[in-house]
Design a binder for this molecule. Sequence first.
Ligand SMILES: Nc1ncnc2c1ncn2[C@@H]1O[C@H](COP(=O)(O)OP(=O)(O)OP(=O)(O)O)[C@@H](O)[C@H]1O
Ligand SMILES: [Mg+2]
Ligand SMILES: [Zn+2]
Length: 525
Amino acid sequence: MKTALYRKYRPTSFDGVIGQDVIVTTLTNQIKKGVVSHAYLFTGSRGTGKTSCAKIFARAINCKTPINGSPCGECEVCKALASPSNLDIVEMDAASNNGVDKIRDLRESVGYLPSAGKYKVYIIDEVHMLSGSAFNALLKTLEEPPAHVVFILCTTEVHKLPATILSRCMRFDFRLVPTDKLFALVKDIFEKEGVTADDKAIMHIAKLGEGSVRDTLSVADRCKSASDNLTYELVLEITGSGSNEDTAALMEAVIDSDVGGVIKKAEQMAAEGRSVSRISRDLTVYARDLMLYMTSGESGQSAESVARMAITAKKTDIGFLVRLVRTIGGADAEIRYSTAPRIALESALLSLCTPSLATDSTAAGANAQSSAPTDTSQPYPAAQSNNTPQSDIAPQPEIKNKTAPVAKPAAVPDFEKPNGRTDEKALEVLGRIRRTLRTSGFLRLFGEYGALPDDRVRIVGDKFVVYVDDGSYLVFNEPDNFAAVRSVVESCGYTLVIEKLKSGIDPLEQIIKSVQGLEITVIKK
Ligand SMILES: Nc1ncnc2c1ncn2[C@@H]1O[C@H](COP(=O)(O)OP(=O)(O)OP(=O)(O)O)[C@@H](O)[C@H]1O
Ligand SMILES: [Mg+2]
Ligand SMILES: [Zn+2]
């Protein structure tokens, strides 16, 4: 039977783990120094190496002669632990064993000494699925673990874990893997598998993985099963996506409000066999790349595409692109179930070309094309146009928790030149916000650093003040993200306050529209 590539190439030592350098260095240093904690938490996006690293680490801490922090694979312990029936590395999938009974069994077995190596390691995958009582039972064990026991908890949804568990674990956040690293991995695997593929083809596969190694290897697998000799065109055909140039052209037509151009381009793409839902997905991904480029200067695109993006970026702004993503998202059901999907997509796109027709819930805030031009073509840190004197911080919205009304901040904080200035205390909270957002759906597409740079947060008394502009507005535009930010800020003992920096769009109304269940007062100066 054919083994899936992602199984066949699951790394067995830390050398094979890509894109997680900080984590790998920290873990291998612990092995080298012989300092092992009792509980680890591996969190982050799917398919980025949490389970793989947990397995490697579990063997490495037991190995008699680790090589550079990885298990040697040769010693008697490594050999004993290689067998899936060994009793020292216990892997438990909380998704299917989420009850308190399993954890009670676990607590009993924790008392027995390891049979082969030094440590008994419990890997609890998808730990967020445990029931409340199971968490409590686990907590008791985490409080007083025997010296020979190590827990590694893995989850994509760290925000679902109780704080009592979090505080007992050493935490590692697995990042999405950059496209160039995915590219190198696929290239290497194709070489080993005897598949020839041009670089453009491999790059396309790497991009479709969207930062997940597992997803990338699944796409690679699909292509490999189709042919041992892959070209870019073939990969496009197999993966069902048309060329990026077409998507870019369609995006430009929408941004230019070129109604005829939109219809013609959509028609041509459909005629070439791209399904309408594929066209709308490609357009959404392109909008995301464009926003990433505008906020961070990165894009994951080839040089020629970047040059094209730079031109497009000058003509639009984040507010418009967010609206585009939402409008297309809103038309999704219609596109999927309608008997005339192309008309559904076209009318969604045309509503963007003609602002007066826009009826979706997010349209009221920013009308990108009619708002004052902002220089959003610059990568975020260089966007000096956002660097406004404090007198320009005009309407000052204060977002309050209904149950705990608060007064407006006593003084406008010292914030004349935001770029480059940081507030140490606020950065601690920001770190937590980023860690939380990294694992929640929307923002991780854009990169939490671009959206909430270090110099945009301040602590003023008991307020945590965030200065919103085009970039950080992305965070607040999503109700889930907003709720996550607020809960982190409140758990740190502060009240969240949003201040607006002058920018090309007016995010305030969008915030009001998208944040439900919150009382918002706009204080006019
Ligand atoms: N950082 C990485 N380096 C190399 N290969 C990786 C990496 N991350 C994932 N993989 C590949 O993807 C497969 C799945 O990885 P793994 O199970 O470790 O991911 P995960 O983070 O636990 O995902 P999930 O959240 O879905 O459980 C592995 O078998 C391996 O082939
Ligand atoms: Mg996993
Ligand atoms: Zn060994």
